[in-house]
Design a protein around this ligand. Structure first.
Ligand SMILES: Cc1ncc(COP(=O)(O)O)c(C=O)c1O
Length: 460
Protein backbone atom coordinates (compact mmCIF):
# COMPACT_ATOMS: atom_id res chain seq x y z
CA UNK A 1 0.00 0.00 0.00
CA UNK A 2 1.26 3.52 -0.84
CA UNK A 3 -0.52 5.18 2.09
CA UNK A 4 -0.40 4.25 5.73
CA UNK A 5 -3.95 5.19 6.67
CA UNK A 6 -6.13 2.10 6.83
CA UNK A 7 -9.35 2.93 5.07
CA UNK A 8 -12.49 0.87 5.34
CA UNK A 9 -13.12 -0.57 1.85
CA UNK A 10 -16.81 0.34 2.11
CA UNK A 11 -19.00 3.39 2.47
CA UNK A 12 -21.67 3.82 5.11
CA UNK A 13 -25.24 3.89 3.85
CA UNK A 14 -27.18 3.46 7.07
CA UNK A 15 -26.03 4.64 10.47
CA UNK A 16 -26.92 3.54 13.93
CA UNK A 17 -26.79 6.11 16.71
CA UNK A 18 -24.43 5.40 19.59
CA UNK A 19 -25.73 6.67 22.93
CA UNK A 20 -22.92 8.62 24.55
CA UNK A 21 -22.61 8.27 28.32
CA UNK A 22 -20.34 9.72 31.01
CA UNK A 23 -17.96 7.80 33.30
CA UNK A 24 -20.22 8.62 36.25
CA UNK A 25 -23.26 7.14 34.48
CA UNK A 26 -21.29 4.05 33.50
CA UNK A 27 -20.09 3.52 37.07
CA UNK A 28 -23.72 3.45 38.16
CA UNK A 29 -24.77 1.17 35.29
CA UNK A 30 -22.05 -1.40 35.87
CA UNK A 31 -22.85 -1.39 39.59
CA UNK A 32 -26.53 -1.97 38.79
CA UNK A 33 -25.42 -4.84 36.50
CA UNK A 34 -23.73 -6.56 39.47
CA UNK A 35 -20.36 -5.73 37.88
CA UNK A 36 -21.06 -8.30 35.17
CA UNK A 37 -20.54 -6.94 31.67
CA UNK A 38 -23.01 -9.50 30.26
CA UNK A 39 -25.76 -7.90 32.35
CA UNK A 40 -25.32 -4.46 30.77
CA UNK A 41 -27.90 -3.20 28.31
CA UNK A 42 -26.02 -3.03 25.04
CA UNK A 43 -27.27 0.48 24.28
CA UNK A 44 -25.38 1.61 27.38
CA UNK A 45 -22.17 0.50 25.63
CA UNK A 46 -20.26 2.89 23.35
CA UNK A 47 -18.01 0.38 21.56
CA UNK A 48 -19.13 -3.22 21.95
CA UNK A 49 -16.23 -5.65 21.61
CA UNK A 50 -17.90 -8.51 23.49
CA UNK A 51 -17.87 -10.76 20.41
CA UNK A 52 -17.33 -10.79 16.66
CA UNK A 53 -20.03 -13.45 16.27
CA UNK A 54 -23.22 -12.38 14.55
CA UNK A 55 -22.38 -8.74 15.17
CA UNK A 56 -21.16 -7.86 11.65
CA UNK A 57 -22.78 -5.30 9.38
CA UNK A 58 -24.43 -6.80 6.30
CA UNK A 59 -23.82 -5.17 2.93
CA UNK A 60 -26.40 -3.52 0.67
CA UNK A 61 -26.08 -6.59 -1.50
CA UNK A 62 -26.91 -8.89 1.40
CA UNK A 63 -29.93 -6.79 2.36
CA UNK A 64 -31.01 -7.03 -1.28
CA UNK A 65 -30.70 -10.80 -0.91
CA UNK A 66 -32.86 -10.67 2.20
CA UNK A 67 -35.64 -9.09 0.12
CA UNK A 68 -35.26 -11.78 -2.55
CA UNK A 69 -35.32 -14.65 -0.02
CA UNK A 70 -37.80 -17.31 -1.06
CA UNK A 71 -39.59 -18.96 1.83
CA UNK A 72 -40.78 -22.14 0.11
CA UNK A 73 -40.70 -25.06 2.50
CA UNK A 74 -38.90 -27.35 0.07
CA UNK A 75 -36.60 -26.69 -2.87
CA UNK A 76 -36.37 -22.91 -2.43
CA UNK A 77 -34.13 -21.12 -4.96
CA UNK A 78 -32.53 -19.46 -1.94
CA UNK A 79 -31.29 -22.87 -0.84
CA UNK A 80 -29.69 -23.44 -4.24
CA UNK A 81 -27.99 -20.02 -4.09
CA UNK A 82 -26.75 -20.95 -0.62
CA UNK A 83 -25.54 -24.35 -1.80
CA UNK A 84 -23.85 -22.96 -4.94
CA UNK A 85 -21.98 -20.30 -3.02
CA UNK A 86 -20.67 -22.67 -0.34
CA UNK A 87 -19.84 -25.37 -2.85
CA UNK A 88 -18.06 -22.78 -4.97
CA UNK A 89 -15.88 -21.60 -2.06
CA UNK A 90 -15.25 -24.91 -0.26
CA UNK A 91 -15.71 -27.59 -2.91
CA UNK A 92 -17.67 -29.77 -0.45
CA UNK A 93 -20.37 -31.75 -2.17
CA UNK A 94 -23.12 -31.82 0.45
CA UNK A 95 -24.17 -28.77 2.46
CA UNK A 96 -26.59 -28.89 5.38
CA UNK A 97 -27.96 -25.57 6.65
CA UNK A 98 -28.18 -25.09 10.43
CA UNK A 99 -29.26 -22.17 12.55
CA UNK A 100 -25.71 -21.62 13.79
CA UNK A 101 -22.36 -23.33 14.25
CA UNK A 102 -23.16 -25.33 17.37
CA UNK A 103 -26.13 -27.03 15.67
CA UNK A 104 -23.79 -28.23 12.92
CA UNK A 105 -21.40 -29.47 15.62
CA UNK A 106 -24.16 -31.31 17.48
CA UNK A 107 -25.18 -33.09 14.28
CA UNK A 108 -21.61 -33.93 13.24
CA UNK A 109 -20.67 -35.42 16.61
CA UNK A 110 -24.01 -37.20 16.97
CA UNK A 111 -23.36 -39.11 13.76
CA UNK A 112 -19.64 -39.73 14.30
CA UNK A 113 -18.93 -40.04 18.04
CA UNK A 114 -19.74 -42.61 20.71
CA UNK A 115 -19.07 -42.90 24.42
CA UNK A 116 -15.34 -43.21 25.12
CA UNK A 117 -14.23 -41.82 21.76
CA UNK A 118 -11.56 -39.14 21.52
CA UNK A 119 -11.66 -36.11 19.21
CA UNK A 120 -8.32 -34.35 18.71
CA UNK A 121 -8.41 -30.66 17.72
CA UNK A 122 -5.80 -27.89 17.78
CA UNK A 123 -8.14 -26.27 20.36
CA UNK A 124 -11.84 -26.91 20.74
CA UNK A 125 -14.07 -23.91 20.97
CA UNK A 126 -16.36 -24.20 24.04
CA UNK A 127 -19.48 -25.26 22.11
CA UNK A 128 -17.43 -27.78 20.12
CA UNK A 129 -16.02 -29.22 23.32
CA UNK A 130 -19.47 -29.31 24.92
CA UNK A 131 -20.95 -31.14 21.93
CA UNK A 132 -18.13 -33.72 21.92
CA UNK A 133 -18.50 -34.24 25.68
CA UNK A 134 -22.27 -34.47 25.40
CA UNK A 135 -21.68 -37.63 23.35
CA UNK A 136 -19.57 -39.04 26.19
CA UNK A 137 -16.42 -38.53 24.14
CA UNK A 138 -13.20 -36.74 25.10
CA UNK A 139 -12.34 -33.39 23.48
CA UNK A 140 -8.55 -33.44 23.25
CA UNK A 141 -6.74 -30.12 22.68
CA UNK A 142 -3.36 -30.40 20.95
CA UNK A 143 -2.16 -26.80 20.45
CA UNK A 144 1.43 -26.32 19.35
CA UNK A 145 3.98 -25.31 21.98
CA UNK A 146 4.53 -21.88 20.41
CA UNK A 147 1.13 -20.71 21.63
CA UNK A 148 2.39 -20.67 25.22
CA UNK A 149 4.75 -17.76 24.48
CA UNK A 150 2.52 -14.69 24.33
CA UNK A 151 5.22 -12.35 23.11
CA UNK A 152 7.03 -14.20 20.33
CA UNK A 153 6.45 -13.22 16.72
CA UNK A 154 5.71 -16.75 15.46
CA UNK A 155 3.34 -16.57 12.47
CA UNK A 156 1.21 -19.70 13.05
CA UNK A 157 0.63 -20.14 16.75
CA UNK A 158 -2.75 -21.72 15.98
CA UNK A 159 -1.10 -24.90 14.64
CA UNK A 160 -1.76 -28.39 15.94
CA UNK A 161 1.09 -30.29 17.58
CA UNK A 162 1.47 -33.12 15.06
CA UNK A 163 3.70 -35.21 17.34
CA UNK A 164 1.03 -35.12 20.03
CA UNK A 165 -1.57 -36.11 17.41
CA UNK A 166 0.50 -39.17 16.57
CA UNK A 167 0.93 -39.87 20.26
CA UNK A 168 -2.87 -39.66 20.70
CA UNK A 169 -3.38 -42.28 17.98
CA UNK A 170 -0.79 -44.47 19.74
CA UNK A 171 -2.31 -43.95 23.19
CA UNK A 172 -6.03 -44.30 22.42
CA UNK A 173 -5.85 -46.41 19.27
CA UNK A 174 -7.42 -45.44 15.94
CA UNK A 175 -10.70 -47.19 16.79
CA UNK A 176 -11.42 -44.61 19.46
CA UNK A 177 -10.70 -41.63 17.21
CA UNK A 178 -13.59 -41.19 14.74
CA UNK A 179 -12.33 -37.91 13.28
CA UNK A 180 -9.78 -35.14 13.75
CA UNK A 181 -10.79 -31.46 13.78
CA UNK A 182 -8.85 -28.30 13.08
CA UNK A 183 -10.18 -24.92 14.14
CA UNK A 184 -9.19 -22.19 11.68
CA UNK A 185 -8.37 -19.70 13.03
CA UNK A 186 -7.85 -21.12 16.49
CA UNK A 187 -10.33 -19.08 18.55
CA UNK A 188 -9.56 -20.58 21.95
CA UNK A 189 -5.91 -20.16 20.99
CA UNK A 190 -6.22 -16.38 20.64
CA UNK A 191 -7.51 -16.30 17.05
CA UNK A 192 -4.09 -17.44 15.84
CA UNK A 193 -3.90 -18.93 12.34
CA UNK A 194 -2.95 -22.43 11.21
CA UNK A 195 -0.45 -22.85 8.37
CA UNK A 196 -1.13 -24.95 5.31
CA UNK A 197 2.06 -26.88 6.07
CA UNK A 198 0.60 -27.85 9.44
CA UNK A 199 -2.76 -28.74 7.93
CA UNK A 200 -1.01 -30.92 5.39
CA UNK A 201 0.94 -32.72 8.12
CA UNK A 202 -2.27 -33.31 10.10
CA UNK A 203 -4.08 -34.52 6.96
CA UNK A 204 -1.21 -36.92 6.35
CA UNK A 205 -1.64 -38.48 9.81
CA UNK A 206 -5.39 -38.74 9.19
CA UNK A 207 -4.75 -40.48 5.87
CA UNK A 208 -2.35 -42.89 7.52
CA UNK A 209 -5.02 -43.96 10.01
CA UNK A 210 -7.85 -43.62 7.50
CA UNK A 211 -9.69 -40.99 9.55
CA UNK A 212 -11.53 -37.96 8.23
CA UNK A 213 -10.31 -34.45 8.93
CA UNK A 214 -13.03 -31.87 9.55
CA UNK A 215 -12.48 -28.12 9.79
CA UNK A 216 -14.15 -25.75 12.20
CA UNK A 217 -14.24 -23.15 9.46
CA UNK A 218 -15.78 -20.12 11.24
CA UNK A 219 -12.83 -17.92 10.39
CA UNK A 220 -11.37 -19.75 7.41
CA UNK A 221 -11.15 -16.55 5.33
CA UNK A 222 -9.12 -14.71 7.96
CA UNK A 223 -6.91 -17.80 8.30
CA UNK A 224 -6.40 -17.94 4.53
CA UNK A 225 -5.45 -14.25 4.45
CA UNK A 226 -2.85 -14.86 7.18
CA UNK A 227 -1.46 -17.70 5.04
CA UNK A 228 -1.24 -15.36 2.08
CA UNK A 229 0.54 -12.74 4.18
CA UNK A 230 2.86 -15.05 6.11
CA UNK A 231 3.40 -18.50 4.63
CA UNK A 232 6.23 -18.86 2.12
CA UNK A 233 4.93 -19.61 -1.36
CA UNK A 234 1.42 -18.19 -0.90
CA UNK A 235 1.84 -14.45 -1.48
CA UNK A 236 0.79 -14.78 -5.11
CA UNK A 237 -2.15 -17.09 -4.49
CA UNK A 238 -5.62 -15.69 -4.01
CA UNK A 239 -7.49 -16.15 -0.76
CA UNK A 240 -10.09 -18.07 -2.75
CA UNK A 241 -7.39 -20.51 -3.90
CA UNK A 242 -5.98 -20.84 -0.40
CA UNK A 243 -9.42 -21.50 1.13
CA UNK A 244 -9.94 -24.21 -1.47
CA UNK A 245 -6.53 -25.71 -0.76
CA UNK A 246 -7.42 -25.85 2.94
CA UNK A 247 -10.76 -27.51 2.21
CA UNK A 248 -9.17 -29.96 -0.22
CA UNK A 249 -7.29 -31.44 2.73
CA UNK A 250 -10.51 -32.08 4.64
CA UNK A 251 -13.53 -34.33 4.37
CA UNK A 252 -15.85 -31.55 5.48
CA UNK A 253 -16.43 -28.70 7.89
CA UNK A 254 -18.75 -27.09 10.37
CA UNK A 255 -19.13 -23.35 10.07
CA UNK A 256 -20.72 -20.68 12.18
CA UNK A 257 -21.52 -18.26 9.35
CA UNK A 258 -21.87 -15.52 11.98
CA UNK A 259 -18.15 -14.94 11.60
CA UNK A 260 -16.51 -14.95 8.17
CA UNK A 261 -19.75 -15.21 6.18
CA UNK A 262 -20.81 -11.94 7.88
CA UNK A 263 -24.41 -12.80 8.74
CA UNK A 264 -26.22 -12.22 12.00
CA UNK A 265 -27.46 -15.80 12.18
CA UNK A 266 -26.65 -19.02 10.33
CA UNK A 267 -24.31 -21.93 9.92
CA UNK A 268 -23.82 -25.21 8.10
CA UNK A 269 -22.27 -28.64 8.03
CA UNK A 270 -20.57 -29.56 4.76
CA UNK A 271 -19.09 -32.90 3.74
CA UNK A 272 -17.97 -35.12 0.91
CA UNK A 273 -19.29 -38.20 2.70
CA UNK A 274 -22.67 -39.34 1.33
CA UNK A 275 -23.36 -41.66 4.28
CA UNK A 276 -22.63 -38.97 6.80
CA UNK A 277 -24.82 -36.56 4.86
CA UNK A 278 -27.72 -39.02 4.94
CA UNK A 279 -27.43 -39.56 8.71
CA UNK A 280 -26.97 -35.85 9.33
CA UNK A 281 -30.03 -34.96 7.30
CA UNK A 282 -32.14 -37.35 9.36
CA UNK A 283 -31.10 -35.54 12.52
CA UNK A 284 -31.48 -32.18 10.82
CA UNK A 285 -35.13 -32.89 10.10
CA UNK A 286 -35.73 -33.83 13.74
CA UNK A 287 -34.54 -30.58 15.25
CA UNK A 288 -33.59 -27.97 12.64
CA UNK A 289 -35.84 -28.37 9.61
CA UNK A 290 -36.21 -29.75 6.11
CA UNK A 291 -32.85 -30.25 4.30
CA UNK A 292 -33.30 -27.27 1.98
CA UNK A 293 -33.69 -24.78 4.81
CA UNK A 294 -32.39 -26.48 7.98
CA UNK A 295 -32.54 -23.95 10.78
CA UNK A 296 -32.74 -20.95 8.47
CA UNK A 297 -35.31 -18.88 6.63
CA UNK A 298 -34.92 -18.33 2.88
CA UNK A 299 -33.79 -14.76 3.50
CA UNK A 300 -31.03 -15.98 5.85
CA UNK A 301 -29.85 -18.42 3.16
CA UNK A 302 -29.57 -15.58 0.63
CA UNK A 303 -27.64 -13.31 2.99
CA UNK A 304 -25.30 -16.18 3.83
CA UNK A 305 -24.73 -17.05 0.17
CA UNK A 306 -23.64 -13.47 -0.54
CA UNK A 307 -21.68 -13.08 2.71
CA UNK A 308 -19.68 -16.22 1.96
CA UNK A 309 -18.32 -14.49 -1.17
CA UNK A 310 -17.84 -11.08 0.47
CA UNK A 311 -15.99 -12.69 3.39
CA UNK A 312 -13.16 -13.84 1.11
CA UNK A 313 -12.69 -10.45 -0.56
CA UNK A 314 -9.03 -9.58 -0.15
CA UNK A 315 -9.43 -5.82 0.21
CA UNK A 316 -11.87 -6.43 3.04
CA UNK A 317 -9.60 -9.04 4.69
CA UNK A 318 -6.53 -6.87 4.31
CA UNK A 319 -8.33 -3.97 5.98
CA UNK A 320 -9.66 -6.21 8.76
CA UNK A 321 -6.38 -7.88 9.69
CA UNK A 322 -4.37 -4.67 9.30
CA UNK A 323 -6.80 -2.72 11.44
CA UNK A 324 -6.75 -5.35 14.21
CA UNK A 325 -2.96 -5.40 14.12
CA UNK A 326 -2.88 -1.57 14.20
CA UNK A 327 -4.73 -1.57 17.53
CA UNK A 328 -2.48 -4.31 18.91
CA UNK A 329 0.69 -2.59 17.70
CA UNK A 330 -0.20 0.73 19.35
CA UNK A 331 -0.95 -0.98 22.64
CA UNK A 332 2.18 -3.11 22.46
CA UNK A 333 4.34 -0.06 21.68
CA UNK A 334 2.99 1.54 24.86
CA UNK A 335 3.98 -1.56 26.85
CA UNK A 336 0.49 -3.04 27.27
CA UNK A 337 0.88 -6.84 27.61
CA UNK A 338 -1.07 -8.76 24.99
CA UNK A 339 -1.02 -11.91 22.91
CA UNK A 340 1.26 -11.26 19.94
CA UNK A 341 0.88 -11.27 16.99
CA UNK A 342 -2.75 -10.18 17.08
CA UNK A 343 -5.25 -12.73 15.78
CA UNK A 344 -7.70 -11.97 13.03
CA UNK A 345 -10.78 -11.19 15.01
CA UNK A 346 -9.58 -9.98 18.37
CA UNK A 347 -6.92 -8.52 20.61
CA UNK A 348 -6.28 -10.45 23.82
CA UNK A 349 -4.89 -8.38 26.71
CA UNK A 350 -2.91 -10.30 29.32
CA UNK A 351 -4.61 -9.21 32.54
CA UNK A 352 -2.08 -11.10 34.67
CA UNK A 353 0.65 -8.72 33.58
CA UNK A 354 -1.71 -5.75 33.18
CA UNK A 355 -2.64 -5.87 36.88
CA UNK A 356 0.09 -7.97 38.54
CA UNK A 357 -0.94 -6.75 42.00
CA UNK A 358 -4.12 -8.86 41.67
CA UNK A 359 -4.00 -12.62 42.12
CA UNK A 360 -6.13 -14.73 39.72
CA UNK A 361 -8.87 -15.15 42.32
CA UNK A 362 -9.00 -11.37 42.69
CA UNK A 363 -10.19 -11.43 39.07
CA UNK A 364 -7.71 -9.19 37.23
CA UNK A 365 -9.49 -9.78 33.89
CA UNK A 366 -12.77 -8.59 35.33
CA UNK A 367 -11.02 -5.58 36.80
CA UNK A 368 -9.47 -4.60 33.45
CA UNK A 369 -12.75 -5.18 31.58
CA UNK A 370 -14.70 -3.05 34.06
CA UNK A 371 -12.09 -0.29 33.88
CA UNK A 372 -12.47 -0.21 30.07
CA UNK A 373 -16.23 0.11 30.46
CA UNK A 374 -16.16 2.72 33.21
CA UNK A 375 -13.48 4.83 31.54
CA UNK A 376 -14.66 4.71 27.94
CA UNK A 377 -17.81 2.61 27.55
CA UNK A 378 -15.83 -0.15 25.79
CA UNK A 379 -17.23 -3.62 26.48
CA UNK A 380 -14.70 -6.47 26.38
CA UNK A 381 -14.90 -10.03 27.59
CA UNK A 382 -12.96 -11.58 30.47
CA UNK A 383 -11.50 -14.98 29.58
CA UNK A 384 -9.98 -15.82 32.92
CA UNK A 385 -10.87 -17.05 36.37
CA UNK A 386 -14.46 -15.81 36.23
CA UNK A 387 -14.99 -17.78 32.99
CA UNK A 388 -12.81 -20.84 33.59
CA UNK A 389 -12.12 -20.93 37.34
CA UNK A 390 -14.52 -22.59 39.74
CA UNK A 391 -15.57 -22.79 43.32
CA UNK A 392 -14.48 -25.91 45.18
CA UNK A 393 -17.81 -27.54 46.07
CA UNK A 394 -16.40 -28.99 49.31
CA UNK A 395 -14.64 -25.95 50.74
CA UNK A 396 -16.18 -23.04 48.84
CA UNK A 397 -12.65 -21.92 47.96
CA UNK A 398 -12.27 -20.09 44.64
CA UNK A 399 -9.90 -21.88 42.24
CA UNK A 400 -8.01 -19.99 39.52
CA UNK A 401 -8.52 -20.53 35.79
CA UNK A 402 -5.60 -21.40 33.48
CA UNK A 403 -5.09 -17.84 32.18
CA UNK A 404 -6.26 -14.25 32.65
CA UNK A 405 -7.15 -12.64 29.35
CA UNK A 406 -9.43 -9.82 28.26
CA UNK A 407 -10.67 -10.21 24.69
CA UNK A 408 -11.45 -7.22 22.52
CA UNK A 409 -13.31 -8.88 19.63
CA UNK A 410 -13.89 -6.69 16.60
CA UNK A 411 -17.27 -6.95 14.84
CA UNK A 412 -16.97 -7.04 11.04
CA UNK A 413 -17.50 -3.80 9.08
CA UNK A 414 -19.11 -2.09 12.09
CA UNK A 415 -16.53 0.26 13.58
CA UNK A 416 -14.32 2.74 11.77
CA UNK A 417 -10.68 3.57 12.18
CA UNK A 418 -11.53 6.44 14.55
CA UNK A 419 -13.51 4.03 16.73
CA UNK A 420 -10.35 1.91 16.87
CA UNK A 421 -8.26 4.97 17.81
CA UNK A 422 -10.75 5.62 20.59
CA UNK A 423 -10.41 2.03 21.83
CA UNK A 424 -6.62 2.45 21.91
CA UNK A 425 -7.00 5.62 24.00
CA UNK A 426 -9.36 3.93 26.43
CA UNK A 427 -7.05 0.94 26.93
CA UNK A 428 -4.08 3.25 27.41
CA UNK A 429 -5.99 5.24 30.02
CA UNK A 430 -6.74 2.01 31.92
CA UNK A 431 -3.06 1.08 31.56
CA UNK A 432 -2.01 4.42 33.13
CA UNK A 433 -4.29 3.68 36.08
CA UNK A 434 -3.38 -0.01 36.32
CA UNK A 435 -1.90 0.16 39.81
CA UNK A 436 -5.20 1.34 41.24
CA UNK A 437 -7.42 -1.26 39.54
CA UNK A 438 -9.44 -2.91 42.32
CA UNK A 439 -9.85 -6.58 43.10
CA UNK A 440 -13.29 -8.11 42.57
CA UNK A 441 -15.04 -10.98 44.27
CA UNK A 442 -17.99 -13.11 43.29
CA UNK A 443 -21.01 -12.65 45.53
CA UNK A 444 -23.47 -14.88 43.68
CA UNK A 445 -22.85 -17.59 41.06
CA UNK A 446 -24.74 -20.34 39.28
CA UNK A 447 -23.23 -23.86 39.07
CA UNK A 448 -22.49 -23.73 35.31
CA UNK A 449 -21.21 -21.04 32.91
CA UNK A 450 -21.03 -18.64 35.80
CA UNK A 451 -19.51 -15.76 33.85
CA UNK A 452 -22.84 -15.08 32.14
CA UNK A 453 -24.86 -14.41 35.27
CA UNK A 454 -22.59 -14.14 38.32
CA UNK A 455 -22.88 -11.06 40.48
CA UNK A 456 -19.68 -9.42 41.63
CA UNK A 457 -18.44 -6.53 43.75
CA UNK A 458 -15.21 -4.58 44.08
CA UNK A 459 -13.11 -5.32 47.14
CA UNK A 460 -12.08 -2.06 48.75
C1 LIG B 1 -14.26 -21.47 16.57
C2 LIG B 1 -15.73 -21.49 16.86
N1 LIG B 1 -16.42 -22.63 16.64
C3 LIG B 1 -17.75 -22.70 16.85
C4 LIG B 1 -18.46 -21.60 17.30
C5 LIG B 1 -19.95 -21.76 17.57
O1 LIG B 1 -20.69 -21.04 16.67
P1 LIG B 1 -22.15 -20.49 17.02
O2 LIG B 1 -21.98 -19.44 18.06
O3 LIG B 1 -22.67 -19.98 15.72
O4 LIG B 1 -22.95 -21.65 17.52
C6 LIG B 1 -17.79 -20.40 17.53
C7 LIG B 1 -18.53 -19.21 18.02
O5 LIG B 1 -18.01 -18.26 18.55
C8 LIG B 1 -16.39 -20.34 17.30
O6 LIG B 1 -15.68 -19.22 17.49
Amino acid sequence: MTFKTIIEPFRIKVVEQIKMTTPEQRKEMIQAAGYNIFALHSDDVIIDLLTDSGTGAMSANQWGGVMRGDESYAGSPSYFNFYDSIHDVTGFEYVIPTHQGRAAERILFSVTCNEGDVVPNNSHFDTTRANVEYRGAVALDLPCGELADMDSDRPFKGNMDVDRLRAAFAEYGPDRIPLVMMTVTNNSGGGQPVSLANMRAVAEVCREFDKPLYLDACRIAENAMFIKMREPGYAEKSVREIVREMCDLAQGCTMSAKKDAIVNMGGFLATRDADLKRDAQSLLILTEGFPTYGGLSGRDLEALAIGMQEGIDEDYLNYRLTSTRYVGQHLRDAGVPLLWPTGGHAIYLDAKRFAPHLSPTQLPGVSVAIALYELGGVRACEIGTLMFGRQDPATGEELAGPRELVRLAIPRRVYTQSHMDYVIEVVLKAWQQRESLPAYRIVEQPPFLRHFSAKLEPVS
